[in-house]
Every structure is written in structure tokens, then in C-alpha cells.
Design a protein around this ligand. Structure first.
Ligand code: 15L
Length: 266
């Protein structure tokens, strides 16, 4: 079966990653319920609807999710910001997404990030069940969201697949990306598989392409039948010297996020 049985909701559909996934899945002919706080750039793809909404508006999120079988959640703040700016979109927002999923008996596919584990050192290979060491308020909000996935699975049976995205850009542009890069193609295929997989429970998957310099090992990808096809390896020569000069950014997996507002002596 290559088509979902119920419509798929995408939050953050006007953003870079939500937009890329929208383009790919609408190209497969999937009926999409798109939403974002920002207007949709360009024409809404045929067979899809777009509703402008704030993730803080729980009633609106419930309404948009009505009848959906999967919520691909890309919405919210995607960079480090002061705590008060993260709180509404990322903390209240994920609660509204999970409440909608609970009501619809839908699956959540969450665009998490590497920043819930950003204070692990680059020399330490990690499995997905490693300890959480968020490097920012943003990383904390992603950790909270992953944990909410665990709670809603165990308490309500709401399935969820959490992709700890490394650095998802059209191309890798820094030495760190040789470990963390995720291609748009691999992201798109991940969303397809995470939606169509028979059963997932609560899963964490590392969001990186097949980069030989990766920091990341075991995760839940086998349960959804996803394996990345791209790799940053071909960029090794051109990016080898594009290293962040900040020693804190060099030391930790979260890179420059770990270095932001860093005030320890060592
Ligand atoms: C993220 O979570 C950010 O959304 C993105 O802008 C990148 O900076 C990425 O992490 C990264 O760690 O490279």
C-alpha cells in the first residue's frame, strides 16, 4: 500500500522542511491538510488544503486534524530563542498536536532535532536511547516533545516517530555537516515510510544521511523500513577546513548551538 488511508496533516508547511515534504508527498498524490502560522508560499498543491493557524490555538489544531490519520509536525520555532518565545509554539504547540492525535487516533511524526542531545561530545558515538543532554531552550523543547511522545504512547496508545534531524539542507556546507547532514531526499522518504509503516509504537530515529563520519548508531529505523540513500562523504575534501573556530562548538555534537550563550569557564 503506497497511499495513506486517511489525509495527512503537515504543520509548518510554509517552512523549508515542511515545504520540501509537502512538495514530495503531494507529488505522490497524497491528500494533505497543510497548516502554518505564515502564509503558504506559492500555490497550494492540487488535492491539498491550507489553513493558516497558530500552534497555540488548540481548538484550531483540533479542527484541522479532524479525520487525519497522521500528523507530520514540522511547525514551531526551529532555532534558539529566548525561553518565552519557545514556550508557546514548541511546548503548548506539541501538546495541541498530541491532543489532536489522541482524538483522531492518529500517528505523530515529529521533526525533532539533534539538540536534545547536543551536549554529548563529538567523540562519543550515541544510540538513540542515550541520555538527553539538551544544549539550548530549543533543544529542551524538542526533548520535552519526544518525552511527550513516550507518555502519549504508553498512556493513550498514540503512535509516534521522532526524527532527530541533524542538519537538513540542500547540501552540506560545514565540516560538522559531514557527520550531521540529512538530505531532503532522505527526509522525504523518511516521512513517507513513517506514515505508511504498519505499526510504530514510540520510536526515535537519527535524522542523518548515510555519512561515514556520523556520531549516531542504533535507533528505531528498522520498524518503519527506512534507510538513508544519500551521504555527505563526497563533500569531505571541500568542507574539511570549514571548521567552527569556537572550541565549545567543536567539542559538542550540537556544534554552535552548544556554544550559544555559553558562560562556563571551561
Ligand atoms: C536544528 O535543529 C536547526 O533547526 C537547524 O537550523 C540546524 O542548525 C540544525 O539544527 C543543526 O544542528 O545543524
Amino acid at each position: 500500500m503506497n497511499q495513506p488511508t486517511r489525509p495527512v496533516m503537515i504543520t509548518g508547511a510554509s517552512g523549508a522542511l515542511g515545504g520540501a515534504v509537502t512538495e514530495y508527498l503531494s507529488g505522490l498524490g497524497w491528500p494533505l491538510r497543510l497548516t502554518d502560522i505564515a502564509p503558504f508560499p506559492g500555490e497550494v498543491p492540487a488535492g491539498c488544503t491550507f489553513t493558516r493557524a497558530d500552534l497555540e490555538d488548540g481548538v484550531m489544531i483540533l479542527r484541522i486534524a479532524e479525520g487525519c490519520g497522521t500528523i507530520l509536525h514540522f511547525g514551531g520555532v526551529s532555532f534558539e530563542r529566548p525561553f518565552e518565545e519557545i514556550l508557546g509554539p514548541n511546548i503548548r504547540g506539541i501538546f495541541h498536536v498530541y491532543e489532536a492525535a489522541r482524538r483522531e487516533r492518529a500517528r505523530v511524526v515529529f521533526a525533532s532535532s539533534n539538540h536534545p542531545i547536543g551536549f554529548h561530545e563529538v567523540a562519543e558515538p550515541l544510540d538513540a536511547d542515550c541520555s538527553l543532554l539538551p544544549d539550548t531552550f530549543y533543544g529542551l523543547s524538542k526533548a520535552y516533545s519526544e518525552l511527550m511522545g513516550a507518555t502519549y504512547w504508553h498512556k493513550h496508545g498514540v503512535e509516534n516517530v521522532n526524527l532527530r534531524i541533524g542538519s537538513c539542507y540542500p547540501e552540506p556546507t560545514q565540516a560538522r555537516h559531514l557527520a550531521t547532514w540529512l538530505s531532503y531526499g532522505d527526509l522525504n522518504r523518511f516521512c513517507e515510510r513513517a506514515t505508511l509503516a504498519d505499526a510504530t509504537g514510540h520510536l526515535i530515529v537519527w535524522g542523518a544521511s548515510a555519512n561515514s563520519r556520523t556520531y549516531w548508531r542504533q535507533d528505531g529505523r528498522h520498524a518503519i523500513g527506512w534507510a538513508p540513500q544519500d551521504s555527505a562523504d563526497g563533500y569531505a575534501d571541500t568542507l574539511a577546513d570549514k571548521i567552527d573556530p569556537n572550541p565549545v562548538a567543536q567539542r559538542y555534537q550540537g556544534g554552535f548551538f552548544a556554544a550559544m550563550d555559553y558562560s562556563r569557564d571551561t
